[in-house]
Every structure is written in structure tokens, then in C-alpha cells.
Design a protein around this ligand. Structure first.
Ligand code: RP5
Length: 166
């Protein structure tokens, strides 16, 4: 078992407030897949399933997770509420909302009071992708094999940038 592997083999939990968030959050899951980082994906709503959210957050460390990626849109209280209930690092992804293009989501997630941190990413696909890369980078600090895969992933993307537009 390498250093980022938990007993379950799934160190990352990706949670989201609604099925409608999956179109965005799947980019986090796909990025973790590409890097060989085990994860689980769950719908956990701060507003519609508060008991499920509480149970998940309180049990997340004992479940073997090391990091949580939480995506939500609109009145996006999920990442902050989960961060208040678990000692694990939480990365928040503001999902692009229909009414306010995700600015509401961003403001709901980013402006946490001192003492309860949420690492807030960009709105939408970029944020979901980068949350996964950040999670992988954290896990890679204690997992040399993952660090090598992450280096290779980055090198591939660098090599793919042409010098001139095609
Ligand atoms: C939030 O409300 C969810 O995270 C989602 O982004 C937003 C809208 O949810 P649906 O009405 O599409 O289920 O809780």
C-alpha cells in the first residue's frame, strides 16, 4: 500500500449538492481517475439531506478519507458546513448556477470565517479539475509513485501546447 492509499484504497471523497452538479464534478472524478487516485462520489445536500451531510462529515475520517472535494451551486453551503464538521481538508468547487452564473456559489463558498477553512477553487469545470489536481498534489507529498504520475500528467500537458496556433 503506498502512502496515499487508505485501507479502502479511496483517499478522496467527491461530494455534491445535487445530481445537477455532476456535469461539473465529473471533471474532478475523471482527473483523479487519470492520475490513479481512488475516490468515491456521493450526493450530499446541506439543504435537502442535512442528516446525510452530517453523518457523512462526522464519519469521513473514520471512513478512511484523507481529503474531501465538495461542489455546490447557488446558496452553496455544503463545503463550509462539511468543513465545520470534519478535521479533513475540504476543497470547495463553486458550480455555475443558472441565475447568477456561479458568482453566488463562489461567494457562498469562499468567504469563510477565520477558523474554518475551505480551499476554494474556480467556478465550474476548471475548479473541479483543479480541485482534483490539488488533492493529488497533497497526496503526492507522501506518495512518490503518485508524484511521478502527477509529474508525467503535467509534462504531457506542457508538451501539448504548440508554439503557434494550428
Ligand atoms: C445546490 O442547488 C446544488 O449544489 C445545485 O448546484 C443547486 C441546484 O440544485 P438542483 O435544483 O438542480 O437540484 O444545492
Amino acid at each position: 500500500m503506498n502512502a496515499s492509499t487508505t485501507a479502502s484504497g479511496r483517499p478522496v471523497a467527491i461530494i455534491m449538492g445535487s445530481q445537477s452538479d455532476w456535469d461539473t464534478m465529473r471533471h474532478a472524478a475523471e482527473t483523479l481517475d487519470a492520475l490513479g487516485v481512488g475516490h468515491v462520489v456521493r450526493i450530499v445536500s446541506a439543504h435537502r439531506t442535512p442528516d446525510r451531510m452530517y453523518a457523512f462529515a462526522k464519519g469521513a475520517r473514520e471512513e478512511g478519507f484523507r481529503l474531501i472535494i465538495a461542489g455546490a451551486g447557488g446558496a452553496a453551503h455544503l463545503p463550509g458546513m462539511v468543513a465545520a464538521l470534519t478535521p479533513l481538508p475540504v476543497f470547495g468547487v463553486p458550480v455555475e448556477s443558472k441565475a447568477l452564473s456561479g458568482l453566488d456559489s463562489l461567494y457562498s463558498i469562499v468567504q469563510m470565517p477565520a477558523g474554518i477553512p475551505v480551499g476554494t477553487l474556480a467556478i465550474g469545470k476548471a475548479g473541479a479539475t483543479n480541485a482534483a489536481l490539488l488533492a493529488a498534489a497533497v497526496l503526492a507529498t507522501t506518495d512518490p509513485a503518485l508524484a511521478e504520475r502527477l509529474d508525467a500528467w503535467r509534462a504531457e500537458r506542457t508538451a501539448a501546447v504548440t508554439e503557434s496556433p494550428v
